[in-house]
Structure formats: structure tokens, C-alpha cells
Design a binder for this molecule. Sequence first.
Ligand SMILES: [Zn+2]
Length: 92
Amino acid sequence: MTDLYTHYSCRPYWATAVPDEDQINIGERFKTGAIAPASGVYRYVEHCEEHKHSLACTPSIVEMDIKLSRGDKVPPLRSCGESVIWRLVSLT
Ligand SMILES: [Zn+2]
């Protein structure tokens, strides 16, 4: 398995394994490239990189919330394709 910590520059916010469904916490953060531990709505928090791009990049309202299914790969921000942090806001 590819080492995501190496591939992406963010600090790891997520556990190394997909947690059991009963261990999922609302508010937990996941980064682009992680595996979604639960089906739910994930909300944009911030870009991973603290360079000029993230200061200039403002996600539109429609891409702030994304729906993922358990086991889905957490995507980058749609409009710019950069690695970002998402926060789990509700389960579906
Ligand atoms: Zn961006």
C-alpha cells in the first residue's frame, strides 16, 4: 500500500486503518487520499499546503459539502484538484 503520508504533504489527521463503524466521530478530519470510514457528508476545512495557492483559492458553496460512501477515497477539492482537509459533519 502506498504511504499516504509520503505522497501528500499534510499532517495525518486520520487513523491508519478504516475504523469500525461504531468508532466514527462527527467532526473527525480526513484528507484527500484517505478512505472514508463512513457514508456521510464531509465539509471542506482547509487546503493542505500553506502556499500562495491556498490563500487565493476560495471554494464555492456548492463544493464545500461532499457526500461520500464508506470506503470511498476522499477526493481533492473539485475546482482546483488540490489536497484538502474534510470534516465529517453528518452520517447518512
Ligand atoms: Zn485550491
